[in-house]
Design a protein around this ligand. Structure first.
Ligand code: FO1
Length: 313
């Protein structure tokens, strides 16, 4: 069964890692949000792409989910001592990734090609694609009338400003990365990883041509909202500030017509009836991924559920 998985950062990376553990590498393509990308210290930083790759390679920091395990911070400490902004934590080894990505981008290479080479260097089997080779930048509109670049909202301001909406700058001119539409066409099942629907999955789904490529496919989402809360990040806060009570059901309603099935936590099993009424088939299971074994178990359950959708379709 060929799978196309859509992922953002930490939550998405965990399920992507689970899928990579249970599928042959040639059967899995992971497309990653680049709306969080930004330039900092003159470097091109792709946080979600790095989070997914570091996780797949077994290199990620297990405490934060982003960045590298066993990191040191000498370069940033030195820069901070000289007056540099210190709100975005770039570790010494992580900086090496950004230096090399930036060098190759400046030489005119495409982000997808650079990512493919990094993946081989890290021994990653499945295909990992940035959603696009053209820059897309998620902008957050706030209640006090500002429009913030995503990392300023997320890291610098700790998601504190009230959200009113989002804009994905550059999305109209962005093309799906080479190989993405082909992977979508070849996929038997599309998996929306438990990432933030508003700012991690929406930019990918906003790419010209992608919704049409997915329209005829069975699409399963794993809810990032459990018991009305997000395990990590501002997804639940965003739903509330946009006037929607955060729930697994709200996630399904957000994805609307695109969605065939939803995997939700057993804690939210009482929402299955309402999902059925919406025409969404659901599976309630333990969806919190504490360790790599949990990731593989959840991925296997998602695939089995997906398989049952295919055979009943
Ligand atoms: N997230 C934070 O909350 N604080 C940080 O200082 C931070 C640094 C960072 C450095 C490299 C990287 O690849 C990711 C980093 N992240 C940090 C995570 C990132 O901002 C978010 O996880 C995503 O953009 C949201 O998915």
């Amino acid at each position: 069964m060929k799978i196309l998985a859509l992922a953002g950062g930490v939550g998405g990376a965990k399920l992507a890692h689970g899928l990579a553990q249970v599928l042959p590498p040639q059967d899995l393509t992971i497309v990653v949000n680049t709306g969080d990308d930004f330039e900092h210290f003159g470097l091109s930083i792709s946080p979600d792409l790095d989070t997914v790759c570091y996780t797949l390679a077994g290199l990620a920091n297990p405490q934060t989910g982003w960045g590298l395990a066993g990191e040191s911070w000498t370069a940033l400490e030195q820069a901070k001592q000289l007056g540099a902004p210190g709100w975005f934590n770039l570790g010494d080894r992580d900086l090496g990734t950004h230096l090399e990505r930036t060098r190759r981008l400046r030489d005119g290479e495409a982000l997808s090609a650079i990512t493919a080479d990094f993946c081989s260097a890290w021994g990653i089997g499945p295909q990992v694609l940035p959603m696009s080779d053209q820059p897309v930048r998620t902008m957050v509109r706030t209640a006090d009338g500002r429009e913030l670049a995503f990392q300023n909202y997320f890291v610098e301001l700790r998601c504190e400003p009230q959200v009113r909406g989002f804009r994905f700058a550059g999305i109209e001119a962005a093309q799906p990365a080479p190989g993405l539409l082909e992977a979508a066409a070849a996929a038997d099942l599309v998996v929306l990883c438990p990432s933030n629907p508003w700012v991690s999955i929406a930019p990918i789904l906003g790419l010209p041509g992608l919704p049409a490529a997915l329209a005829a496919k069975p699409v399963l989402a794993v809810s990032p909202i459990i018991g009305g809360q997000a395990l990590k990040g501002p997804a639940a806060k965003m739903f509330s500030e946009l006037g929607i009570a955060p729930s697994a059901l709200a996630v399904a309603e957000y994805y609307g017509e695109l969605l065939t099935g939803l995997v939700l936590d057993t804690l939210d099993a009482d929402q299955q009836e309402a999902l059925r009424e919406l025409g969404i088939i659901s599976l309630a299971t333990a969806s919190i991924m504490q360790d790599p074994a949990d990731r593989a178990r959840l991925a296997a359950e998602v695939l089995e559920f997906g398989q049952s959708l295919l055979t009943h379709a």
